[in-house]
Design a protein around this ligand. Structure first.
Ligand SMILES: CC(C)(COP(=O)(O)OP(=O)(O)OC[C@H]1O[C@@H](n2cnc3c(N)ncnc32)[C@H](O)[C@@H]1OP(=O)(O)O)[C@@H](O)C(=O)NCCC(=O)NCCS
Length: 150
């Protein structure tokens, strides 16, 4: 498995993977295009035999003089799950965040997304807040945080 930076050439494939991963609330093609082009974004793609099997997109923002990381999406195609690809994408993104002086990393996830919550807990993310109706009416989210700076 190879991880490399994503480019706009990957757009259609990333959108396909995003739609496979999120039956509801998937990022649109336009939103992914925006994220790939945004200078505040860091986007990584995982390839097996030159085939896209997953990706992660994060963003860096300044908040009160601190650099804050945000994981926008993490996707691994069904066939390649539970092989450590999600973990490796997240670890690499966190490393890039650290190189950019990011102190804290945040993300939101559906409270019922057991697999993702389990992965993030394994990566030492802790719950910061419950987000009522975050995704849609009756679908709550949870905001997680990890301290990256030592
Ligand atoms: C969540 C997701 C990215 C995980 O990717 P993955 O490559 O399968 O994750 P990994 O193989 O690196 O898993 C690492 C650990 O996370 C936990 N984990 C991952 N998926 C899990 C699941 N379905 N159930 C329980 N634990 C899970 C396990 O502890 C796992 O370690 P193990 O396999 O040794 O037990 C993938 O399932 C996915 O794309 N889901 C749909 C999109 C999504 O929900 N994205 C995250 C929200 S932003």
């Amino acid at each position: 498995m190879i991880i490399r930076h994503a480019t706009t050439n990957d757009l259609n494939l990333l959108h396909r993977v995003e739609r496979e991963c999120f039956a509801k609330d998937a990022y649109t093609l336009k939103q992914i295009a925006f994220l790939l082009e945004d200078p505040n974004s860091l986007s990584l793609v995982a390839l097996v035999n030159e085939k896209v099997v997953g990706f992660i997109i994060g963003q860096i923002h300044d908040s009160s003089g601190m650099r804050i990381g945000h994981v926008c999406t993490l996707d691994v195609v069904t066939k390649y799950r539970r092989k450590g690809i999600g973990c490796q994408l997240l670890t690499k993104l966190e490393r890039l965040f650290k190189e950019e002086n990011v102190k804290d990393c945040f993300l939101e996830v559906d409270v019922e997304n057991v697999g993702a919550l389990s992965l993030y807990r394994k990566h030492e993310y802790t719950e910061l807040a419950r987000l009522k109706n975050y995704y849609s009416k009756g679908v709550d989210g949870v905001r997680l945080k990890k301290r990256l700076a030592t």
